[in-house]
Design a protein around this ligand. Structure first.
Ligand SMILES: Cc1ncc(COP(=O)(O)O)c(C=O)c1O
Length: 453
């Protein structure tokens, strides 16, 4: 943080002593979470009624019977029934880890600030730190903080439509997921998510890169893009891209595929919008567009999940007019402090690069899954994805058998999730800030054991 009154307080020796003592106390408490454990019978009845209460209170049940106790250790989470599980989906990519001294310290430094939330009217100095870091690291001119991935995308769309006024259409990829607001439900390529909703946005879809047919899929996407543009000249606010499709099933594209589309768009002044809500901090670079070498061509980028605070990053040319984007909250002071910590960790502690921690954990997990696929070709295909985004197909992607399989994994102490559609895939988003080699070895054993004999 910039030199300030708060910094003088937050470095006060008395405060430092209390902080270290608190961190040490929590650290000792969580240090015993070192292996998978079944529920404790003392808590199971209360847990069952909490699950039924949450169903009543929310109006819908939970996907997993998951209610955390609030205590975790690295890749381990302890549920409120006393069970300990490996979290290999990390809140669908949001958790850096389950409890680390450094993260706890960052959160406490945020939590002791005078207000819980920061906003656009009144923000604290650490908002400035985060905004500056995001724009410096991205190479984009500006960063606007917000509360969810969907809001970051909404803001990006508003900026793009205002910039390209009177454009009315958007280009996006088939099978993309971009959020569930009234507008984004029309971008997300899943009709189930917009049942009963009025039309808000007209989206023309391009087929994504197909690794089995690189040339044909690239040509197909370019031809379709060109035909859309000639049918609706000047009608497009932007091309919105996920560079590794997340909810779609962890399908990565390639630089040449993206560049082919970008060149067509640029020749028609159509801005390039990269949705990095799921890819941020999951490749060998901080941003996936840097991994694909597209940094000179992007106009607007959104981040979320692992970034802890969501944001829309954009170039000066797209500067929105006053009043277009704002909201009461940008984020909590705690999350802003956590976001700065995650950026520091990712960029300064050996996570990035081909030899960095993200790729080494990824390679270990992928090698393990490859070996399982060789031993059990009847059930397992893959792995797929890139970096910290790994998936495999089980049971040829049969939805019923895949769901039954991930529930068996849950019962056995490994939490994963699904993605993709026909084939449905088993998805891993490891808590990259806490997962160890030993964790991965142990999870791979469970992954194999839970397959049908
Ligand atoms: C690529 C992508 N964009 C946008 C979103 C929406 O983010 P949120 O759920 O935080 O609104 C998601 C969420 O999974 C996502 O994966």
């Amino acid at each position: 943080m910039t030199n300030s009154v708060f910094q003088a307080f937050d470095q006060d020796p008395e405060f430092e002593k209390c902080l270290k003592a608190l961190v040490q106390t929590i650290s000792t408490k969580r240090s015993h979470l070192t292996g998978i454990k079944a529920p404790d019978y003392l808590y199971t009845q209360g847990y069952a009624s909490a699950l039924s209460d949450i169903k009543k209170a929310r109006g819908s049940g939970l996907f997993y019977p998951y209610l955390s106790s609030g205590i975790g250790n690295g890749a381990f989470v302890q549920l409120a029934d006393g069970s300990i599980k490996y979290d290999f989906i990390s809140g669908i990519g949001a958790h850096w880890t389950h409890g680390s001294d450094a993260m706890l310290e960052a959160c406490i430094r945020g939590a002791i600030q005078d207000t819980v939330m920061q906003g656009n009217l009144q923000q604290n100095l650490d908002s400035l730190t985060l905004i500056k870091r995001l724009s410096e690291l991205s190479g984009l001119d500006h960063a606007f903080l917000t509360t969810s991935g969907a809001m970051a995308n909404e803001n990006a769309l508003k900026i793009l439509f205002q910039y390209r006024q009177p454009a009315t259409r958007l280009l996006a990829f088939e099978h993309c997921f971009s959020g569930r607001t009234l507008a984004l439900a029309h971008v997300t390529d899943k009709s189930k998510y917009r049942v009963g909703l009025p039309d808000t946005l007209t989206v023309d879809y391009l087929p994504f890169y197909d690794a089995n047919h690189p040339e044909e899929s690239t040509q197909k996407a370019i031809s379709l893009l060109e035909s859309y543009i000639s049918r609706y000249p000047d009608a497009y606010a932007g091309l919105m891209m996920e560079l590794i499709q997340g909810e779609g099933g962890f399908y990565p594209g390639t630089k040449s595929f993206f560049m082919a589309l970008i060149e067509v768009c640029k020749s028609h002044s159509i801005p390039i919008f990269i949705d990095e809500i799921q890819t941020f901090g999951r490749t060998d670079h901080l941003f996936a567009y840097q991994h694909f070498g597209l940094q000179d061509h992007v106009d607007i980028v959104t981040v979320g999940k692992l970034s802890q605070v969501c944001a829309t990053l954009y170039n000066q040319a797209l500067q929105p007019k006053p009043g277009l984007v704002s909201q009461t909250f940008t984020s909590s002071a705690t999350a802003i402090s956590a976001a700065i910590h995650v950026l520091d960790e990712l960029t300064q502690n050996g996570y990035l690069g081909q030899d960095g921690l993200i790729m080494s954990r990824s390679n270990q997990m992928r090698d393990g899954l490859k070996s399982i696929a060789q031993r059990r070709p009847d059930i397992v295909e893959g792995p797929y994805g890139y970096g910290g985004m790994i998936a495999f197909t089980s049971y040829k992607g049969d939805p019923e058998r895949t769901m039954a399989y991930i529930r068996r994994l849950y019962e056995a102490g490994v939490i994963v999730f699904i993605n993709g559609n026909d084939p449905l895939r088993v998805r891993f988003l490891m808590p990259i800030g806490g997962v160890t080699e030993t964790d991965i070895q142990k999870v791979l054993v469970v992954v194999e054991e839970c397959l049908d004999p």
